[in-house]
Ligand binder design. Structure first.
Ligand code: GLC
Length: 542
């Protein structure tokens, strides 16, 4: 049995501050806006807020390009507000997990301003350089399109940027740089935060000469050092964003014996609706059997030697009800609850992304002018140049753009969805009059209340956190079903992923009791007709 930790049965809620709640009438969310909504989050029952970056930043990538790790972005407020948020959240039983973006800084960070001046500058080696041999150093590409190398005239070199050219990559091979990062982390730990979400942490061991991005040879040495020098002595939640992890690699990060991170946040299940081997923009229908296989693999293969995050959404992903559910008027609510059920009854730490708990949908952006994200804008340019049609590009963006997740939180039916009193930095989804927090709180059958019940069940019964997982009906094209077993208790979790009624047969169900369902009149039978998107959690006691 794995040693129990507080973050095993915690539920994390991710806030993207720019789009959460604006209290200053700027069209941009702020820290006081979060403080104002802490009671709401306490009602939902979450334990932890993962706060997307709030540090000083020129916002080339909405705060993931940091120019000062120890100051707050003026648009969001001040350090006084931040300190108040940490303390007030604690009074609501909520820990704040900070987003730690240390694979790169902004090019406006004082380190880079110095580093690029000359090869002799004491900060030069904080970043990753390659000599100018008359051509770009190699074929490495940026996640945001184009080469990962940018020429720097004063030193006649190229610097590496795995993201935008305003996000130069840091050189973790430099011990002085590592110490600066640890000092900065300790500054935040001393403020009483609950931990760190570590942005693209799998890239810090990169070896550009060998074209190695993820999982470089020194990666785990650096994480073990970081553990010793920063959070190791504190009981914090540390979660690594690890795009390329397999279960084997995930154990390297999260085996408690290795003293690295609490858990991984890996994306394998997010690859089931693209053409295999291609980019996320190359759309394919959802491969449902593959989705089940991947999720089940992660449930069983970590064993006692690792811990996983459970998520459908974050600030980089489209809205799940539009993606794997059904966002039509008839089925949005029931399918959003079904998706929540299938996710939250698995083993791992569940994450809810702002708005997911009220079933927010993808945004019907009309033209390219409506998009704000650098990734979308660069991809549009790149694909136009490659000969794709405008229509094709817009279709990919409609399905996968990160801006789908970044539209303002829908609080009520007033103008701008109660997010702001002025026009927000990005469009509000026109469906806010029906999909909003106020309406959800007033409806006992809302998606919000379904999430609340899932969280409450997790708190009440250890089988949700520690139960052994077994996939059922593997080859079913319509049903996702599994069991969780812990001591004398066994859960059956059944979900119909389609808009048709489908039959599920299991003799073991006869002596079960329904803990939760997304229909008010679900009944247990050994031969069950599951209605569109029907999902049930059934308890069987030995
Ligand atoms: C991570 C973040 C994403 C950001 C990128 C670069 O993937 O989640 O939003 O653009 O890293 O920091």
């Amino acid at each position: 049995m794995i040693e129990q930790k507080w973050w095993h049965n915690s539920v994390v809620y991710q806030i993207y501050p720019r789009s959460f709640n604006d209290t200053t009438g700027t069209g941009v969310g702020d820290l006081r806006g979060i403080i104002e909504k802490l009671s709401y989050l306490e009602t939902l029952g979450i334990d932890v807020i993962w706060l997307s970056p709030v540090y000083e930043s020129p916002n080339d990538d909405n705060g993931y390009d940091i120019s000062d790790y120890q100051n707050i972005m003026a648009e969001f407020g001040t350090m006084v507000d931040m300190d108040e948020l940490i303390v007030t959240a604690k009074n609501h039983g909520i820990q704040i997990v900070m987003d730690l973006v240390v694979n790169h800084t902004s090019d406006e960070h004082p380190w880079f301003i110095e580093a690029r001046k000359s090869k002799e500058n004491s900060y030069h080696d904080y970043y990753v350089w390659a000599p100018n041999n008359g051509q770009i150093p190699n074929e490495m590409t940026s996640t945001f399109s184009g080469s990962a190398w940018e020429y720097n005239q004063p030193t006649d070199e190229y610097y590496l940027h795995l993201f935008s050219k305003k996000q130069p990559d840091l050189n973790f091979d430099n011990p002085k740089l590592r110490q600066e990062i640890y000092d900065m982390m300790n500054y935040w730990i001393d403020k009483g935060i609950g931990g760190f979400r570590m942005d693209v942490i799998d890239l810090i061991g990169k070896v550009p000469e060998k074209m190695i991005k993820e999982n470089g040879p020194k990666l785990h040495d650096y994480l073990q050092e970081m553990h010793v020098k920063t959070f190791g002595a504190h009981d914090l939640l540390t979660v690594g964003e690890t795009w390329g992890a397999t279960p084997e690699i995930a154990k390297l990060y999260s085996d408690p014996k290795r003293n690295e991170l609490s858990m991984v946040f890996q994306f394998e299940h997010m690859s089931v609706d693209k053409i295999p081997g291609k980019r996320k923009w190359d759309l394919a229908p959802v491969n449902f059997i593959l989705l089940k296989q991947i999720l089940a693999k992660w449930q069983t293969e970590l064993g006692e030697q690792g811990w996983n995050s459970l998520f459908w959404n974050n600030h980089d992903l489209p809205r799940v009800v539009s993606r794997f559910g059904n966002d039509s008027e008839a089925y949005r609510i029931v399918s959003a609850k079904m998706l929540a059920t299938i996710l939250h009854c698995q083993k791992g730490t569940p994450y809810i992304y702002q708005g997911e708990e009220i079933g927010m949908t993808n945004m019907p952006f009309a033209t390219m002018d409506d998009y704000r994200d650098i990734e979308a804008i660069n991809m549009h340019q790149e694909r136009l140049a490659l000969g794709y049609s405008e229509q094709e590009i817009l279709r990919s963006l409609a399905a996968k753009s990160r801006d789908n997740a970044r539209t303002p939180m829908q609080w009520d039916e007033t103008q701008y969805a109660g997010f702001s009193t002025v026009e927000p930095w990005i469009g509000v989804n026109p469906n806010f009059k029906t999909i909003n927090v106020e309406a959800s709180l007033n409806d006992e059958n809302s998606i919000f209340n379904h999430y609340r019940q899932l969280i409450a069940l997790r708190k009440a019964m250890p089988v949700f956190t520690y139960g052994e997982f077994t996939l059922l009906a593997e080859q079913s094209e319509t049903i996702f079903a599994y069991t969780r077993t812990y001591q004398q208790e066994k859960l059956y979790v059944l979900a119909n992923f389609t808009a048709e009624t489908v039959c599920y047969e299991d003799v073991n169900l006869s002596c079960g009791e329904i803990l939760l369902s997304n229909y008010t009149d679900s009944k247990i039978k050994t031969q069950m007709n599951l209605r569109p998107y029907e999902a049930l959690v059934i308890l069987i006691k030995a």
